[in-house]
Design a binder for this molecule. Structure first.
Ligand code: ADE
Length: 275
């Protein structure tokens, strides 16, 4: 997959994509990431790319012309019609569903704004979609573009070492929108807390079942909105209730579930569950 980032600060992108999983994916040519700087297309000696907003207001606005030229270059360098995204707090919130959708593209162009935004006419002419990281304002789109590149690249075949890793991420299909169960590694006991015994049992089906129950409980505690959005069958609810009641205080502690209450669990009972 090819990403092209339209940015006045290519070093900000470089700094975040040259290490770790994404750096390796790049070295293996699983992803290609190029930056195109609108400043290179400025026509005056000062390489001006921004100007004062018509009608007044704070901040400078990125001018249409250098951006247009940078975008045309990106389109020319794409093998297929690229999907062009503008990173802005006004966009649709980025979530795992959107990440998966974006990963279907062969060519993705990410446009980073700076200053007081970019001339609306560029958006009208070129942008397919606006995406936001969340309801807060960053100094520019670069951090958001890096987040998109990282989260989308993880979905591509071969990028993650273990075939299954993206499948067991929080929000993955396997977890059906739930959060991942906590992880543990050696030593077995640390600062008086013992890793859950079942994880050392070697019984994979038992471990999977356990992880799925813990996922429900963790999600209910940390993101009740996600858990309550889903439906448990009567059988599943009763199983989860039994699992919860069977957890001892030290297990609850090591799983970070001490704050979860019986009343929280009751919330998972939905109207169709005549118990
Ligand atoms: N640019 C500035 N703030 C942003 C945000 N919250 N998400 C995406 N791009 C942005």
């Amino acid at each position: 997959m090819k990403f092209q980032v339209i940015t006045l600060f290519p070093q900000m992108i470089e700094a975040t994509i040259s290490e770790g999983v994404i750096g390796q994916a790049r070295n293996k040519s699983l992803v290609q990431i190029d930056c195109i700087n609108p400043r290179e297309f400025a026509i005056d000696n000062h390489k001006t790319v921004d100007d004062r907003p018509f009608g007044g207001g704070d901040g400078m606005v990125m001018m249409a012309e250098p951006l247009q030229k940078a975008l045309r270059e990106a389109i020319e360098q794409s093998s297929k019609d690229p999907w062009i995204v503008y990173l802005t707090p006004q966009g649709a919130p980025l979530d795992q569903k959107k990440v998966k959708e974006l990963a279907q593209n062969e060519n993705l162009v990410l446009v980073c704004g700076r200053y007081g935004g970019i001339d609306q006419r560029v958006l009208n002419q070129f942008i397919d979609e606006e995406i936001s990281l969340g309801d807060y304002v960053l100094s520019g789109g670069e951090l958001a573009a890096s987040v998109v590149i990282d989260s989308v690249s993880r979905q591509l075949p071969g990028v993650l070492g273990h075939q299954d890793s993206a499948n067991s991420d929080s929000f993955s299909e396997k977890l059906q929108g739930l959060l991942e169960a906590p992880s543990f590694t050696r030593p077995r006991e640390w600062m008086g807390e013992a890793a859950p015994e079942v994880l050392l049992s070697g019984n994979h089906s038992k471990i999977e079942k356990w992880k799925s129950q813990v996922s429900w409980l963790v999600t209910l505690l940390k993101r009740p909105d996600l858990a309550l959005d889903k439906k448990l069958s009567r059988k599943e609810y009763l199983e989860l209730q039994k699992f919860w009641q069977g957890l001892g205080p030290s297990e609850k502690e090591v799983l970070g579930l001490l704050a979860l209450t019986d009343a929280d669990l009751e919330l998972l009972k939905n109207d169709d569950l005549s118990l």
